[in-house]
Ligand binder design. Structure first.
Ligand code: NJP
Length: 271
C-alpha cells in the first residue's frame, strides 16, 4: 500500500489537483472540503483509494474526528496537506472586524485545528510530513492584500517554529509559497471583498478590483504542475522547508529579501 494522505480543501483548485496527483501516484487519499460529495466529484468519482469526507477546518471537533477516522481505518496519516484557504481582498479599512476575523479563522486557526488533530498521530509514529500551503503573500504584502497577507504571514511564523518543534520527533514540514495559480481563488466563488466604501480609497480600490477581475482565470501558475511537484517532494526522504513556486513568486520573494537586506544594513548606520 502507498502512503496515506489527508488533504483539506480538495473540492476545487490546488487541493483537488494534489488529491488527484497523489491518487495517480498510487497513494491512498482522504480528501476533504465542506461537502464530501463535492470532493468525490472533483476527484473523479468513486475510487478504491479515495475517501471523501466533509471537513470544515474551522470546526476543531470535526478535524479531530477526521484524523481519528483516518488513522483507525488506514493505520496512519503519512502526509497532511493543509491546503484549504481563501482571500479577503481589498484595502484594510474597507473590511469589517468580522471579515478580518473570518480570514484568520479559516487560514490560520482552521489550519491549526487540522495540524493539532493530526500531529499527535505523527509524533506517536515518529514519522510524517505536514505540507502547508501558504503563499508568496506570506512573505510579501501589497496594497489590497493586507488582510490576506496578515493571515499568511501568521501561517509562516507558526509553521517556521512548529517545524523546529516537530523535526526532532521525526515529523517533517514543507511550506509552499505559490505565486498566482489558475484556481477559483480570485473568483467570487471563493474570494470576498471589503464592504465599506471609503472615498479616499475609492479610485485605488476600483483599480485593484479591475486587476483582480482581469487576473481571475488568467493566472500564470498551473495548479496541476504544483501538485505533481508536491507529490514528488513528499516521496523524497528529505524535503526542503520551503517551495517557492512560480517565476512571479520567486521574483517577488527575491525582491523582498533584497529589500530586507538593504534595510537591515541601513539600520546598522541608524543605531
Ligand atoms: O483556491 P480555490 P486555491 N473549510 O478557491 C476550501 C493558497 N494560494 O486552490 O469551499 C474547508 O480554488 C474550498 O472548499 P469548499 C490559498 O490561500 C492560492 O487557489 O468547501 N475547506 C476549496 O476546496 C489556499 O490556502 C493562490 O468547496 C475550505 C479550497 O479551499 C490554497 O492555495 C496563490 C474552507 C479553495 O479552492 C488553495 O486555494 C497562493 C473551510 N472553512 C496561495 N474554506 C492562488 N490560487 O493564486 C475554503 O499564493 N475551503
Amino acid at each position: 500500500m502507498g502512503k496515506v494522505w489527508l488533504v483539506t480543501g480538495a473540492s476545487r483548485g490546488l487541493g483537488r489537483e494534489i488529491a488527484r496527483a497523489a491518487l495517480d501516484a498510487g497513494e491512498t487519499v482522504v480528501a476533504t472540503a465542506r461537502s464530501a460529495d463535492a470532493v468525490r466529484d472533483a476527484c473523479g468519482g468513486e475510487h478504491e483509494r479515495l475517501h471523501a469526507l466533509a471537513l470544515d477546518i474551522t470546526d476543531a471537533e470535526a478535524a479531530n474526528s477526521v484524523a481519528a477516522e483516518t488513522t483507525e481505518r488506514f493505520g496512519a496519516i503519512d502526509v497532511l496537506v493543509n491546503n484549504a484557504g481563501y482571500a479577503e481582498l481589498g484595502f484594510f479599512e474597507t473590511f469589517t472586524d468580522a471579515a478580518v476575523r473570518r480570514q484568520f479563522e479559516v487560514n490560520l486557526f482552521g489550519t491549526m485545528n487540522v495540524a493539532r488533530a493530526v500531529a499527535p498521530h505523527m509524533r506517536e509514529r515518529r514519522s510524517g510530513l505536514i505540507v502547508t500551503i501558504s503563499s508568496v503573500s506570506g512573505l510579501v504584502s501589497n496594497a489590497g492584500g493586507a488582510v490576506y497577507s496578515a493571515s499568511k504571514f501568521a501561517v509562516e511564523g507558526w509553521v517556521e517554529g512548529f517545524a523546529q518543534e516537530l523535526e526532532p520527533l521525526g515529523v517533517r514540514s514543507l511550506l509552499v509559497e505559490p505565486g498566482m495559480l489558475r484556481t477559483d481563488f480570485m473568483d467570487r466563488k471563493s474570494a470576498s471583498f471589503g464592504s465599506i466604501d471609503i472615498p479616499d480609497y475609492a479610485e485605488a480600490v476600483a483599480q485593484y478590483r479591475a486587476f483582480v477581475d482581469g487576473a481571475n482565470g488568467n493566472q500564470p501558475g498551473d495548479p496541476k504542475l504544483l501538485a505533481t511537484r508536491i507529490v514528488a517532494l513528499a516521496s523524497q526522504g528529505k524535503a526542503p522547508l520551503r517551495l517557492v513556486f512560480g517565476d512571479d513568486a520567486r521574483q517577488w520573494a527575491g525582491a523582498k529579501v533584497d529589500q530586507l537586506r538593504q534595510e537591515i544594513a541601513q539600520s546598522a548606520d541608524r543605531g
